[in-house]
Design a protein around this ligand. Structure first.
Ligand SMILES: Cc1cc2nc3c(=O)[nH]c(=O)nc-3n(C[C@H](O)[C@H](O)[C@H](O)COP(=O)(O)O)c2cc1C
Length: 198
């Protein structure tokens, strides 16, 4: 088991190993992560998004900046993301602070998406109420018509957030619930690590 057999100086190498293994186990959904945000009334909420890119600079997901999560993050940029990879009994928890990715990066990802998803991003006022699901479908068809034979620009309300991690916990489920928990914490510009009890 990797956590026992190798010393990691920083978390990204271990994250990459686990992420790649999760991808082998579940190519379609390994990158689904729950993200927790807190609103102005200090109420937490959690939902799943897809991790689309990551590197030393952080972990990137894309969403609607005017959604509930977008409003939460505008007010409080602290975020916590959690992966659960059941096949290998693993959990990774990433705590950090978000910032919006540069517009060019959001443009690039937006244009890599299927046309239908691009149009849905224009159509959906994510998190806002609508009179019915049929109304949503009508709105969508209207937007499809309006954009026939046109290139689609990324709407300004849609883009990426990068999570700059300050703590990453790796959890390996083991026998007798004697799980191995390895925590990396950013101290200044260095990662420090310690094991915590299950
Ligand atoms: C597997 C899965 C992946 C999802 N990926 C995304 C995503 O990448 N971006 C996104 O905005 N919503 C994604 N969603 C929808 C969110 O869970 C959520 O419903 C939506 O972002 C609205 O959240 P909010 O109202 O809390 O802002 C995904 C849902 C599931 C189940």
């Amino acid at each position: 088991m990797e956590l026992n057999n190798k010393q990691y100086k920083e978390p990204l190498e271990l994250f990459t190993l686990w992420f790649d293994q999760a991808k082998t186990d579940d190519p379609d959904y390994h990158h689904g992560m729950s993200i927790a945000t807190v609103n102005a009334k200090q109420e937490p909420s959690v939902r799943v998004v897809f991790l689309k890119e990551y590197d030393e600079q952080g972990f990137v997901f894309y969403t609607n900046y005017n959604s509930n999560k977008g409003n939460d993050l505008a007010n409080n940029p602290n975020i916590c993301a959690n992966f659960w990879w059941k096949t290998r009994q693993r959990q990774v928890r990433i705590s950090g602070v978000v910032s919006k990715v540069p517009n060019e990066q959001s443009d690039q990802y937006f244009h890599s998406r299927p046309r239908g998803s691009q149009l849905a991003a224009i159509c959906s006022k994510q998190s806002q109420a609508i009179s019915s699901f049929n109304q949503l479908k009508e709105n969508y068809e209207k937007i499809v018509d309006e954009h026939k034979n046109k290139t689609i620009d990324r709407p300004a309300h849609w883009g990426g957030y990068r999570i700059k991690a300050n703590r990453i916990e790796f959890w390996q489920g083991l026998e007798h619930r004697l799980h191995h928990r390895l925590v990396f914490e950013m101290n200044g510009s260095d990662w420090h690590q310690h094991v915590i009890q299950p």
